[in-house]
Design a protein around this ligand. Structure first.
Ligand SMILES: [Zn+2]
Length: 297
């Protein structure tokens, strides 16, 4: 009887999450029916990417309870969210999906003003298009330019050969700098085969303690209800990006923060975010600082 209990609990959790997701989707459908004249605005590449992130967050919520950690593949798929405690009150800033002309420069300026080093997880294909921005990140003293795959796919949808290709082609970017080898999965979606290959090539896998949810604030500065649910933004912070991140940092007592170079609204608030983190008593390291090593895999 005892062995049946976890399975029952998992089924109940799955049913609850599915009901929640269905409720959100049906509420979305209802609001669309009520206001058919407010059709969605044309979508930018950032909007399309945000929609994919939202979809994958919801998929994760639905799948997580159904993937018992004792099953090897289940234990690999979502390990990007670091569950172990970070070094107390230390923050490591990370910026994904760059380099991004016009935005990478803004991030570098704010970091320089505060003397903070960060880690940039770059998409290989974009880095190849903008080598001058990769060089600027390096010259600004950010020792790490890290592998965020070649073209930013969802690894859960790739076969083994495609995963190898994404990791190896992204590796060409990192290897030329002779720095620490760090890999972050696009969307945080990992696989056991990918993990094995990444480790074979001498990489540490970097997840995050704190998801800034910058993509959810991007469109209007107000996080939609379904996005707040998908990314874990509390009701009182749905209009307050900085407040959301600082509250999460307080709750985790520091940690690695996930941000993106692609979201204008969040980058405009980066300075305010850093100032409020400092005011809250946090100090800054990087993911390669000794105290963060226990948070890497
Ligand atoms: Zn990414």
């Amino acid at each position: 009887m005892k062995s049946l209990f976890p399975a029952g609990r998992i089924l109940m959790q799955t049913a609850t999450v599915m009901l929640l997701c269905c409720a959100i989707l049906s509420a979305e459908a209802r609001s669309f029916t009520i206001s058919p004249d407010l059709g969605p605005a044309p979508k930018s590449p950032t909007d399309i990417e945000s929609a994919k992130i939202r979809h994958l967050h919801l998929a994760r919520l639905m799948e997580k309870p159904a993937a018992p950690p004792e099953e090897p593949e289940g234990s690999c798929r979502y390990e990007s969210e670091i569950l172990t405690p970070p070094p107390t009150n230390r923050i490591a800033l990370t910026f994904d999906d760059g380099p991004q002309p016009g935005k990478t420069e803004q991030v570098l300026d704010v970091l320089a003003q505060h003397g903070i080093s960060a880690t940039f997880f770059m998409i290989g294909k974009k880095a190849a298009l903008h080598p001058e921005l990769v060089a600027r990140v390096r010259e600004a003293g950010h020792q790490v330019v890290a592998n965020h795959s070649w073209s930013h796919p969802n690894f859960h949808e790739l076969d083994a050969a495609q995963q190898v290709d994404e990791i190896v082609r992204g590796d060409a970017l990192v290897s030329q700098f002779n720095g620490p080898k760090l890999f972050r999965y696009p969307y945080g979606n990992a696989t056991c085969a990918g993990n094995a290959l990444i480790h074979q090539r001498g990489y540490k896998i970097v997840g995050w303690h704190i998801d800034s949810c910058d993509w959810a604030f991007e469109r209007s500065g107000v996080v939609a209800r379904k996005d707040a649910h998908a990314c874990g933004v509390l009701r009182q912070y749905r209009r307050d990006y900085v407040g959301h991140v600082v509250a999460k940092a307080r709750a985790r007592k520091g940690g690695i923060i996930l941000m993106h170079e692609t979201h204008t609204r969040a980058i405009r608030q980066l300075e305010s975010l850093i100032e409020q983190l400092i005011a809250a008593g946090f100090t800054f390291g990087t993911v390669t600082s000794p105290e963060f090593q226990a948070s890497l895999r």
